[in-house]
Structure formats: C-alpha cells, structure tokens
Ligand binder design. Structure first.
Ligand code: UDP
Ligand code: MG
Length: 133
C-alpha cells in the first residue's frame, strides 16, 4: 500500500483547522496510520527543504515553520502521494483551486497550511526522517 508524509503546518494548528483538514483526508477514504505533534528546528528544515535553502523566501519560511507545533502524519492509500497533492492544491495560493485545502484556506504561498510528499520515493525518505523506521 502506498504511503505519504503529510504535515499540518503551524498556521493550520494555530487557526484551529486540524480537524477540518483531517476530515477532508478521511472523506477521501485515505487512512491515517500515524500522527504526532512536534516542533521543528532549522536543522531539520534545512534537510527537509534542501531544494529551497538558497531561495530568498527560505529565512521567512524557517521563522514560520518553527513558530509553533506541526502535526506530522503518515497517510496510506492507493496513489495517495498524488491523491493528497490533488486535495492539497497548488503551492502558490493564487493557483490553488477552490475546493482544495490551500484553495479554500490559504492566502499566502509561505503559510499554506499543509505539506505533502511530492513522489513515492520522497515519501519514504520523509517518513523515515520524521517517524524513523
Ligand atoms: N514556499 C514559499 N514561497 C515560494 C515557494 C514555496 O514560501 O515561492 C514555501 C511554502 O511554504 C511551500 C514550501 O516552501 O509549501 C515548500 O515549497 P515546495 O515548492 O516544495 O512546495 P509544496 O511541495 O509545499 O507544494
Ligand atoms: Mg514540496
């Protein structure tokens, strides 16, 4: 069964949207198999977002991502990596369609509520990074 790494970001926690987002995952009949609330630090963010460390927005993103706890999850299902990316919506908030999580709730590209792995290979790396074996 395919798995993906999902993380509800600090704005989702602070805004009280965890239940709303979890409901959408459950309505899609994906299975949440593991959850934990953790607070990230810059070191793990440099690893997790290694492709972005040189971007101008990276420092602001670290400030945001370390501003409060996140809800880390493993979600399971057929084609769940792509399926979760579909229900999350596009990275850029203005491109995220209404009916997606980001399309319905985000008005910032940095503070965009949710992380989801972008490939099956990265999902396994990220699950290991945040949940261990
Ligand atoms: N991000 C940002 N500005 C950008 C692009 C990305 O602040 O122009 C942040 C945003 O929080 C995003 C994260 O960096 O979710 C990771 O970017 P990625 O391109 O991997 O997008 P995602 O996979 O989250 O859709
Ligand atoms: Mg990404």
């Amino acid at each position: 069964m395919e798995r993906t790494y999902i993380m509800l970001k600090p704005d989702a926690v602070k805004r009280g949207l965890m239940g709303e987002i979890i409901s959408r995952i459950e309505r899609k009949a994906f299975k949440i198999t593991n959850v934990k609330m953790i607070t990230l630090n810059e070191e793990i963010l440099r690893e997790h977002y290694a492709h972005l460390v040189d971007k101008p927005f990276f420092p602001d993103m670290v400030t945001y991502m370390t501003s409060g706890p996140v809800l880390a999850m493993i979600v399971e299902g057929d084609d769940v990596v792509k399926g979760m990316r579909n229900i999350m919506g596009a990275t850029k908030w203005l491109e995220a369609e209404a009916g997606t999580i980001r399309g319905d709730y985000a008005n910032s590209t940095t503070e965009n509520l949710i992380h989801g792995s972008d490939s099956v290979e990265n999902a396994e790396i990220e699950i290991k990074r945040f949940f261990g074996e």
